[in-house]
Each structure stands twice: as C-alpha cells, then as structure tokens.
Write a protein that binds this ligand. Structure first.
Ligand SMILES: Cc1ncc(COP(=O)(O)O)c(C=O)c1O
Length: 366
C-alpha cells in the first residue's frame, strides 16, 4: 500500500498558503464575546440594512410551494425581473448568490495563474481573494489621499496579462464615488472593467449607461444592502450577452435558491417601501456626519454609501473599537495605512446613531 502523505500535501500549494478572509461575525457570537445582551447589539460593521427586508417577504416565503423542486438553472424569471428593474434585456443579466459569487465567477472565467488583476485599495477585499484563489497576481494601485483612483498610475501597470480592473463605486470602505469620465478612461485601457455598484441605490449613480459602448464593461449589483437581503445571498451583473452566456456555462446550475427567487420578486414588487427606506438611511447618514463633525478627535469623510469612514485623531482605532464593542456597538476598524486609526460605521437606526454619538463622546473625551 502506498504511504499516505499528509492531507495538506494534497492541497494545491497556492490555496494551502492562503489566509482566510476576515468576514464579520453573527450577532450572537459578538454578544457572547463582548458580554453584551443580544438585544443591545447594534451591528454597524457589515453595511447591512437596519430595516430588514420587505415586509411582504415573510408571507411570500410561506406561500411558496416549490421548495422541493430545483430552481430554474437559466434563471429565466429572475433575469427578466432584473432586466425590467435595470432597464435592460434579460440576455445582459445574470444573477448570483450575492455579488460575491459574480466576482468569483468572473475571475474564474478570466484569470489564470500569473495573470494580473488590478486592485485599487483601500477597497473591498473580495477582488484580491478571488484572484488569489485562481493563483492570479494582484497588482495594487493605491488611491490618493482623498481615495480617488489614479488613472495614469493604473495605465502604467496594465500589460498583456492584465485581465481585470476592479472598481468599487461608491467605494467600500471609503464611500467616495469615481465619476463617469474616469470610468470611461479605465474602460478604454482594454482589460475587463468590473464596476461594483453594490451601494448603487444609496447614490443613484451608475456606469450602466456605458455598457452599450464598452463590451469589456461589467456592472455588478447586490440586493444585500438596499433590499435588506444580505442573509438571502442575491446579487446580479449587467454585461455583454457573450459574457453572460459564458458565465451561465461555468456557474453552479442552481446557484439561486427558490427562496432567493421569492425574495427577489417580493423586493422588486415593493421598491416603493425599500427605496423610501434607502432615502431614510441616506438622511440618517447626513445626520451622523453632522454629529461626528462636532465631535473632537474625529475627522469624518463624505460618503455616498450606507456607511461612513472616519479617522480618529486622538486615540487608536483598535482601542475605540473595543470600547464601542463593550457597549454593544459593533463597527469595523482599520489599523494599517492609508486607513490607520479609521473606523467604518454602517448607518443604522436613529437610536443607533444616538447611542454611537454618546459613546464616542464618552470614549474620546475621558
Ligand atoms: C463593495 C462590495 N461588493 C460586494 C459585496 C458583497 O455583496 P453580496 O452580499 O451581494 O455578496 C459587498 C458586501 O459588503 C461590498 O461591500
């Protein structure tokens, strides 16, 4: 019998060498870890929607009879509904289990070992993770001090094996928007340009108007934030029909569950409620910015998302994060440049904003 090697020796070396993505923890875990009652947990760390999904969702899920049957692998009704919502045609749309799945599928389709992907940090982490999973090379072109992208620097880093440029817009975690003129310049560079518009509904801006002009342009969206469906896992992409076709070939056949389909239709039937909530969140964001501006020890940056980033000028972010966590307020913190001593705070309910403001006053002024 052959001598069995260690299990790890069976793993692909580039995957064995990876560190896990630091994803956020569920409320129960946070409550237990920091010793706070579950009903005191304000989860302001993952840009989730504090109002939850459409009120019609629970009944729609209960009424659905098709859970024992596989969902449509071609996502016919789903793509049709999304095409109507985004004013395009179904052949230009594909749905995924979250925007995350579409990032992963695009990289899987296009990036091979030693191909390059351009990443514009500080930005969403999954572009680099997906690239590393394919043994691709992540080429980082940092944003400037106002977190704007540097087109000339990007142009200098594009070469034959540059396959994708990822642009998060508005950018998570910095909240700023890249204008259409810059997106156009990036699309002209040649590689696939993936514009991640997960926070689109909070700002209204889209690059989708450029899709007819650039077949190398992809717009990604999510229902996690505006529709309050982060737990349901539902995202989609708008792109050239040729690209949709090839992604349909490589995706898991039943990637959108029947429950996710139900959630999508319920949300698209109730956009009045959901988009009114989006407006409430945007107003609350501005109230939060105004409060923070008054707080000594904080510099707040403008944001177009349902979150904002602020820099602590008198105390380390890690310490403030811990102090907030002990009070049941969970936010993200960063301790490396260019976001050293920054917190990213999701816009929650008005009561969350008030608790946060009081807590920051206590922590920063003691
Ligand atoms: C910029 C960005 N893209 C994608 C995602 C993932 O979205 P989804 O929940 O649809 O997978 C997130 C989640 O926070 C995000 O911030």
């Amino acid at each position: 019998m052959a001598v069995r090697k260690s299990l790890k020796s069976l793993f692909k070396p580039h995957l064995a060498a990876l560190n896990a993505y630091t994803a956020v923890e569920p409320p129960e875990v946070l409550a237990q870890r920091y010793g706070v009652p579950l009903d005191k947990v304000a989860k302001l760390d993952a840009n989730e929607n504090p109002y939850g999904p459409s009120p019609s969702l629970a009944k729609a899920l209960a009424d659905q009879k098709g859970y024992s049957i596989y969902p449509d692998p071609l996502q016919r009704n789903v793509r049709e509904a999304l095409a109507a919502y985004t004013n395009t045609t179904p052949d230009r749309v594909i749905a995924g289990a979250g925007c995350d799945e579409l990032i992963d599928l695009l990289v899987r389709l296009i990036v091979g070992p030693r191909d390059s992907v351009i990443d514009l940090p500080p930005t969403f982490g999954m572009y680099a993770v997906a690239t590393h999973l394919e043994a691709g090379n992540v080429v980082t072109v940092p944003r400037n001090e106002l977190f704007d992208v540097d087109v000339d620097a990007i142009r200098r880093r594009v070469h034959d094996r540059t396959k994708i440029i990822f642009l998060c817009n508005p950018n998570n975690p910095t909240g700023n928007l890249t204008p259409e003129s810059t997106i156009r310049q990036l699309a002209e560079l040649g590689p696939l340009l993936v514009v991640d518009e997960t926070y689109h509904e909070f700002c209204g801006f889209t690059a989708a108007g450029l899709l007819d002009e650039f077949e190398n342009l992809v717009v990604l969206r999510s229902l996690s934030k505006w529709a309050g469906l982060a737990g349901m896992r539902l995202g989609y992409g708008i792109m050239s029909p040729e690209l949709v076709h090839q992604l349909m070939v490589i995706k898991q056949p039943y990637n959108i569950s029947v429950a996710s389909e139900v959630a999508l239709f319920a949300s698209l039937d109730d956009t009045d409620t959901l988009l009114q909530r989006v407006r409430t969140i945007v107003e609350e964001r501005e109230r939060m910015v105004a409060q923070m501006k008054k707080q000594r020890g904080i510099r707040v940056f403008p944001s177009k998302g349902n979150f904002l980033i602020c820099r602590l000028t008198t105390k380390p972010a890690q310490q403030v994060h811990l102090e907030l966590a002990k009070r049941g307020l969970f936010v993200r913190y960063f301790n490396t440049e260019p976001l050293k001593d920054c917190l990213r705070i999701t816009v929650g309910l008005p009561e969350h904003t008030d608790r946060l403001a009081a807590a920051l006053r206590e922590i920063l002024e003691k």
